[in-house]
Design a protein around this ligand. Structure first.
Ligand SMILES: Nc1ncnc2c1ncn2[C@@H]1O[C@H](COP(=O)(O)OP(=O)(O)OP(=O)(O)O)[C@@H](O)[C@H]1O
Length: 335
C-alpha cells in the first residue's frame, strides 16, 4: 500500500475579479466576474512506506494547496487521492488519527498549559493506552532532549524549545505518516541538527513516512533521498537530489592561481578549442567556467594549463541552492 497515492490531482480556486475605478466597483455589485486559478494541476505522486520526501517549489508553486488536500483540509477539484488508504477529506475523523502534522506557524500545544499537560490531552484525544504512551513518549522525550521542559508553560518556551515540543506532540499517537512544513525555520544550527536527528531516528525506528516542505534545502540534503519539485502547480522533477544536481549543474567552475600574472587573453588562446570562458579575479587568479561539468573536460583543461606556472587549482561545485534557484527562475521552459 502506498502511504500517498495521488493521481491527476487538481485543485482550482475561483476568485472574484474586481474591475478598476468607481464605475467598475459599481458594476461589480451587479455582475461579478471570476477568474479561475489552477493551484495544483494534475499531479501524480506516489509515496511508499518509510520514504522521506522533500516537497519544494518557489512561492506560489502550489505546495501548501497540495498539503492541504493530502491532510484533508481541502477537497480536490478532481483526480484520485488516497492517503494511508483513505480519502482524507471524506474520512476525515478516522484519517487524522493516522497522520501527524507540524506546521511551523501553527501550534498544537495549549499556550498556558505545561508541555506535559498538552501531551496528556493529546493522549486522551488519540486514545493512546497509558503503558504505550509511557514507553513511546519516554523515548521521544529522550531523543528530543526536552525532559527539562515538560513542566513549563508553552508560552515561556523559546522557539527552538517549542519546535521540539511540537514534534513530540505530533508523535503522541505515533502516526505512520508525518507532514512537516518548514520545521527548522528560524532555528539555530544546533537545534536544527537535533530536529533532523530526531526525524531520522523516528524514520529508522518506526518506519515513519515523512513529507517535508521547506525553503531550506539543507533540510532536504540532510533528510531526503527523494525530492519532488513543483512549478506552477505541476511536478517539474521527481527523483534523487544527486540526479537533480547532475542534470541541472551543467556548469563547473575551476579557479586557477598562478605564480606570476597571466592575462585572460593568453588563457583563452591556450584553451580556444574547449567550451570554456575565463574570468579574471586578479592578475594572479582566474576562473574558468566550463559549459559542461564532466570530468574529462576538467582533465583537458588542466593539461592545457601546464603551459603556465600554476600554483593552485580548485574545482568549485555549484551548490544545490544555486541550482534550485536557477531552476525556479527558468521554470518549465528548460525542464
Ligand atoms: N484560497 C485560495 N483562493 C485563491 N487562490 C489561492 C488560494 N490558495 C492558494 N491560492 C493560489 O494558488 C497558488 C498556489 O498557492 P500555494 O499557497 O499552494 O503555494 P505555495 O507553493 O505553498 O507557496 P508558498 O511557498 O508561498 O507558501 C497561488 O497562486 C495562490 O495565490
Amino acid at each position: 500500500m502506498y502511504r500517498i497515492e495521488a493521481r491527476n490531482l487538481t485543485k482550482t480556486f475561483k476568485t472574484h475579479k474586481s474591475r478598476p475605478g468607481l464605475l467598475g466597483a459599481l458594476r461589480d455589485l451587479f455582475t461579478r466576474q471570476y477568474t479561475t486559478i489552477t493551484a495544483v494541476d494534475g499531479i501524480n505522486l506516489l509515496v511508499e512506506e518509510g520514504e522521506m520526501v522533500g516537497y519544494i517549489g518557489a512561492n506560489g508553486a502550489g505546495k501548501s494547496t497540495t498539503i492541504k488536500m493530502l491532510t484533508g483540509i481541502l477537497m480536490p477539484t478532481s483526480g484520485f487521492l488516497r492517503v494511508n488508504g483513505m480519502d482524507p477529506h471524506r474520512e476525515r475523523e478516522r484519517f487524522v488519527r493516522t497522520i501527524g502534522v507540524v506546521f511551523g506557524q501553527r501550534s498544537q500545544l495549549w499556550w498556558d498549559l505545561a508541555v506535559q499537560e498538552s501531551f496528556r490531552l493529546l493522549q486522551r484525544v488519540y486514545r493512546v493506552p497509558d503503558d504505550v504512551y509511557r514507553k513511546h513518549m519516554g523515548y521521544v522525550i529522550e531523543v528530543l532532549e526536552i525532559g527539562d521542559l515538560l513542566d513549563r508553560p508553552v508560552r515561556k518556551l523559546s522557539l527552538g524549545q517549542r519546535m521540539r515540543c511540537e514534534l513530540a506532540a505530533a508523535f503522541v499517537h505515533n502516526p505512520p505518516l508525518l507532514f512537516l512544513d518548514e520545521p527548522t525555520i528560524g532555528l539555530d544550527v544546533l537545534i536544527k541538527m537535533k530536529v533532523r536527528e530526531f526525524l531520522r531516528e523516528m524514520n529508522r525506528t518506526y518506519g515513519t513516512t515523512i513529507l517535508l516542505t521547506t525553503h531550506d534545502l539543507s533540510d532536504i540534503e540532510a533528510l531526503c533521498s527523494r525530492v519532488v519539485m513543483l512549478d506552477k502547480g505541476r511536478i517539474l522533477y521527481d527523483g534523487s537530489l544527486e540526479e537533480l544536481r547532475r542534470r541541472w549543474a551543467e556548469e563547473k567552475r575551476v579557479v586557477v592561481e598562478f605564480a606570476r600574472p597571466v592575462s585572460v587573453e593568453d588563457l583563452h588562446r591556450q584553451t580556444a578549442d574547449l567550451p570554456v570562458t575565463w574570468e579574471q579575479e586578479h592578475p594572479y587568479r582566474s576562473r574558468a567556467v566550463l559549459r559542461q561539468g564532466d570530468g574529462a573536460l576538467v582533465s583537458s583543461l588542466l593539461a592545457r594549463l601546464q603551459a603556465f606556472p600554476v600554483t593552485d587549482v580548485r574545482v568549485e561545485e555549484t551548490s544545490t541552492e544555486e541550482i534550485v534557484s536557477r531552476i525556479y527562475a527558468e521554470g518549465m521552459a528548460h525542464a
